[in-house]
Design a protein around this ligand. Sequence first.
Ligand SMILES: Nc1ncnc2c1ncn2[C@@H]1O[C@H](COP(=O)(O)OP(=O)(O)O)[C@@H](O)[C@H]1O
Ligand SMILES: [Mg+2]
Length: 341
Amino acid sequence: MKLPEIATAEAVDDQPRRTLVATENLTKYFPVSEGWLGRPTKLLRAVDGVSLRVRRGETLGLVGESGCGKSTLGRCILRLIEPTSGRVVFDGRDLLPLSQRALRPVRRRMQIIFQDPYSSLNPRMTVRQIVGEAIDIHDLAPTRADAEAMVAELLKKVGLRPEHMNRYPHEFSGGQRQRIGIARALAVQPDFIVCDEPISALDVSIQAQIVNLLVDLQEQLGLSYLFISHDLKIVEHMSHRVAVMYLGKVVEVATADELYRGSMHPYTRALLSAVPVADPAKKRLRVLLEGDVPSPIDPPTGCAFHPRCPRAIKGRCDTEAPPLIDAAPGHRVACWSPHTQ
Ligand SMILES: Nc1ncnc2c1ncn2[C@@H]1O[C@H](COP(=O)(O)OP(=O)(O)O)[C@@H](O)[C@H]1O
Ligand SMILES: [Mg+2]
């Protein structure tokens, strides 16, 4: 499966025309209480100053250990949860100042596919209702017959049959349910889809089918994806560019090629070294990630990764947070001591 070709040089990134979604210094802090029933006294920094771009027709992969803020970031972009501060720009429009009403036509163009195809589909609705609901809400079909024809067409597009329309979610396998979820997302003709671990709950044997379906749909429809996963192999296969998150912050962004072959951040290296490699000759030096992910409530001072970092410089990394800077064309890294080869 070949990814649709898009220009990936960072120079292109500066042309706003090609950028579909951009976040600027986006944050989401959750107030949390320390004891039972206590009043919220602390802030959990789930997303902490994230600036990213997704271009038209591009897949931006987003990786990082569980709890680093990937889902929160995806939901903030869609305003399914309200960010604390920062900006989200979609197709040149600032989304955060918009009222819910003003947001509606924009929201149609941004969809999400969830990890769990079991809990994200209403069990009491038929496939026709599930896929047709958004068509109705956004008034996309003049008549019932038109709406039904659209649902039939969408089902074919995702590899299901129009007859499936009268069935209920429980009558389908996990992979088929995820196809229904994809058809539902496509019903409103979106430009951008947040894919939040869309294959993590599926059997390995059908993961590739869903991944290939997403790539095909991107090619046919020119979709942009934010593809969230903790499976680095799949992300490499799916993504034009990849961003790595650690404790609410982006620590490295590069083209998939650069990131997988020339990562600079010690955290990215450690993540990659934990990926099983089939060919032993290509085995990467295994860097073990020591210790647990620190709490986003009281993150470490300086670079949040420094307590686990084999390259941490005393007096520097523990005191001053490294900014995300251009280290090479199209390659950004936030590290005081990056790998250079
Ligand atoms: N509604 C919430 N209230 C409080 N904390 C939350 C909430 N949602 C997520 N978090 C916390 O925010 C952090 C990031 O979570 P999440 O975005 O789900 O990470 P990921 O998707 O990378 O696993 C975690 O520490 C999580 O516990
Ligand atoms: Mg998540």
